[in-house]
Write a protein that binds this ligand. Structure first.
Ligand SMILES: Cc1cc2nc3c(=O)[nH]c(=O)nc-3n(C[C@H](O)[C@H](O)[C@H](O)COP(=O)(O)O)c2cc1C
Length: 200
């Protein structure tokens, strides 16, 4: 059975070779990213996901501060490789989406619905994953490549300071995006028989 959503899913891949040759305007991409997150489900419709969208100098500033943070902890002989990766794969892109979860929303839910208190932080992680996938897929549909990075918690303090974010926003992922300078290679899949069981 052919299904257009599955076909769209296949278009989303991890793209490391990013460029800044994007014809969409910042406003168009902002609208797309916001709508993808808005339409993503969350537990109790709590809408705990937050995002910061960075373009141009602000996007560069994120990757520069990430580089400087890593410079302090990566052995000097390994740092050129780290620097090349950040410059070539992330900073070279057109922008970055920072994904956060608002821990104030989660605390509030824990107080209101004590029975589920242990589950709310887990569901918050699910919500951010869904939001990340939605944005990644929406960008892919526009012909824009992206990857998913996790320099949190190393960069959390600096990100909060530079963009003056609420203390309750917890950084969960960074998604650099841009033009696709080199497509992803073939992807392998494990056997369905190991993965799925169907009854009935
Ligand atoms: C929850 C999650 C965490 C990931 N973390 C990283 C990461 O920190 N760095 C990275 O380069 N890729 C990361 N990836 C990307 C995966 O490596 C990638 O999705 C996977 O290899 C499948 O390739 P595809 O995205 O091209 O389908 C992550 C993906 C997921 C779903």
């Amino acid at each position: 059975m052919s299904n257009s959503f599955i076909e769209l899913m296949k278009v989303r891949r991890t793209i490391y070779a990013l460029g800044d040759k994007v014809s969409h305007s910042q406003a168009q991409l902002t609208g797309l990213i916001q709508e993808a997150i808005r339409q993503s489900p969350s537990s109790f419709n709590s809408q705990s996901s937050r995002a910061v969208i960075l373009f141009s100098d602000e996007h560069h500033a994120l990757w520069d501060l990430t580089k400087e943070t890593l410079r302090k902890i990566v052995p000097a002989d390994a740092f050129p490789q780290t620097e090349n990766k950040i410059n070539g794969s992330f900073r070279a892109g057109f922008g970055t989406v920072l994904f956060f979860e608002d821990t104030a929303v989660i605390k509030d839910l824990q107080q209101k619905f004590a029975l589920y208190a242990d589950n709310f932080p887990i569901w918050s992680e699910h919500a951010t994953g869904i939001a990340q996938f939605a944005v990644w897929s929406a960008l892919a549909q526009e012909g824009i490549g992206a990857s998913l990075q996790h320099y949190n918690p190393l960069i959390d303090d600096q990100v909060h300071q530079r963009w003056e974010l609420p203390a309750s926003w917890l950084l969960r992922a960074q998604m650099p995006f841009g033009s696709i300078e080199q497509p992803a290679g073939d992807k392998t899949f494990m056997d369905d028989a190991e993965r799925f069981r169907v009854f009935g």
